[in-house]
Ligand binder design. Sequence first.
Ligand code: ADP
Ligand code: ZN
Ligand code: ZN
Length: 732
Amino acid sequence: MPHPILRIAVPSPLRRLFDYRLPLDATHPPRPGQRYRVPFGRGSTVGILVELSDTTEVPEGKLKPAEAQLDNEPLLGPEELKLAAWAADYYRHPPGEVYAAALPVALRQGKGAEVKPLLRWRLSEAGQALDVATLKRAPRQQALLRLLAGEEKGLGAERIDAVQEKWRPSMKGLVEKGWVEVVEGSCLPQPPSERDQPPGLHDEQQAAVAALAAAEGFAPFLLDGVTGSGKTEVYLQAMARVLAAGRQVLVLVPEIGLTPQLLERFRRRLGLPIAVLHSGLAEGERLCAWQAASSGEAPVVIGTRSAVFTPMRDLGLIILDEEHDASFKQQEGFRYSARDVALVRARNLGIPVLLGSATPSLESLNNVRAGRYTELRLRERAGGARPPSIQLIDLRHQRIEEGLTAAMRSAMDKHLQAGGQVLLFLNRRGFSPTLFCHDCGWVSHCQRCDVNMTFHAGERRLRCHHCGTERPVPPQCPDCGSVDLRPLGQGTERIEQALREHFPDRRILRIDRDATRRKGSMEGLLAEAVSGQAEILIGTQMLAKGHHFPCVTLVGILDADQGLFSADFRATERMAQQILQVAGRAGRAERPGTVLIQTHQPEHPLLQTLILHGYPAFAEAALAERADASLPPYSHLALLRAEGPGPDAPRAFLSAAYALAESLGSHGVMLLGPVPAPMERRAGRHRAQLLLQAQSRAALQRLLSAWAPALEGLKEGRKVRWSLDVDPVEMY
Ligand code: ADP
Ligand code: ZN
Ligand code: ZN
């Protein structure tokens, strides 16, 4: 039999596979999903075998053999290969990067796929028989023996570290005496031996779990329930069923939602090892988790966005929590939506997929309306907690002191005196978004972007939140030399300072990216916030999601206007979601919560609808606006972005792209642009965009399938960096 041609996905900006011959020393038959080291350009790189072919367009003499077969068995199975093929096609992205998304970085680089087992320490028989009390003169060894007692499977270093520092010499002594034995175990952290018992489900939860249990084949569900209504309990019980049948579950959460508390809750309830995948892992941890998922050793995989591509041996259910969250969409490189990929994966596998949210995306609500998803509703808060009351504070004609109206301050006084905790939300970190000169009007503009640099008072620095440029605060105005430089507008740092003056006796805690970076640990700050030790919390969206603050009785949203004035058509949807997410932090326990929202637009119809009638009514009205304007989900978009050192090259490229689309016959697709991006200059580069809008997804995809590869050939493209974003979420 002639050797087949290997069609390999190689990391490259080109939208195609590359053909190679089988390496001469290959020891195993070629199978899609194996990695190969291949010659590429002047060097070599690692690619994934996608398919075998009998023919190639590469001329006979030019077809090179791959350098090495890196895997005996495929790392990606047929299901993962099919998913990646779909994603490369749908998002029109170079396949090399798409297939690589299913592998941890170490494997993309060609490292071996073996993982080191972790060591565990456990009592030997002699150790179990020992009377620990007799070891009084070796307190450290005594403590270790006590720690290991009852841990049948032994403990890993991670758990022992948490209890004793520098424990290894003492442990070594115990091993030498024959009281402790070392075993090689899984590299996954094992669950605690004690399990939490599930609560009895209330009726709506039971109905949801029953609907999931009754589902056959591919079945998408939207679990729509306010924060605290018990969605996570529904997840846990739905998972338990699937796990009991010996199948795996994949849980996807937003970046900010993957907290130690959440993992602890899952581990304690399920009593199973959980593989965790997120961007902050060390290489070894990631490889371990990936392997545990793909071998089936981990029954449960919890991860952020990119975990949606993780190979799994026998996936029986996908859950996606906070499905409206924008972090499920990758905004650079391979711009996929993990939510949409999850749906396709579930459809390919013929399994249920559960999307959960207190504030579902308009897309998903529209899918419910169209009969594509089944809606499951939890209307009440679990455990009898009452919903918060939401009121608006009109900012117009008011004296506002450092971002706080008198009404907000007096409400804070009232709640603090009653022993409640107050949470203030402002999605702007730093002291003020601008510094300006009172004498000549100079402003702290970023020289590389069309935005102002944020003033960080604590560090006396100006920092651009878009390109990262920073410099010390000038002692004088760079234009006129005046020393009267003043902050303009409010950030969390400024509010914190004002709060310290207003409430000198209260414990105030700021939680934002700056505070967590400086103090090193988000967890420490959160613990202080959750325990109620801190009386006033001020923070950005870090505070708004996922965490339970049982002592909070008042939530103040200091500025709801950002979302009402934005040019982005999704801004009002995001504002409503954010308001409710923040509001959901209040009154989770027995105490009812109050939410106060400061705005200059108290009569804004969508804001009114949200406050008076709740999110479902808001969503209804917002969907009607989208329908009128023919915006998603009533149309489908793709955005071609280009950037270059000056304004001309991006415009020239986009104009050529426009002409190309017309020549291909863009039936059913409107081409809008080219126009400068909303923030035209960013990090020193000029940006422009061309928007494609179509009534039907098929029409859009038809054009894209011919257009995207042809764009690679445009000579105007050599002077710019360009990218294609199918179903864009951010419009800049
Ligand atoms: P969500 O995920 O919707 O925010 P959770 O599942 O976290 O809600 O539930 C909120 C709180 O209520 C948790 O402390 C949870 O343990 C508790 N809880 C959920 N369901 C029940 C129930 N049926 N009975 C008692 N407590 C419940
Ligand atoms: Zn000046
Ligand atoms: Zn900048």
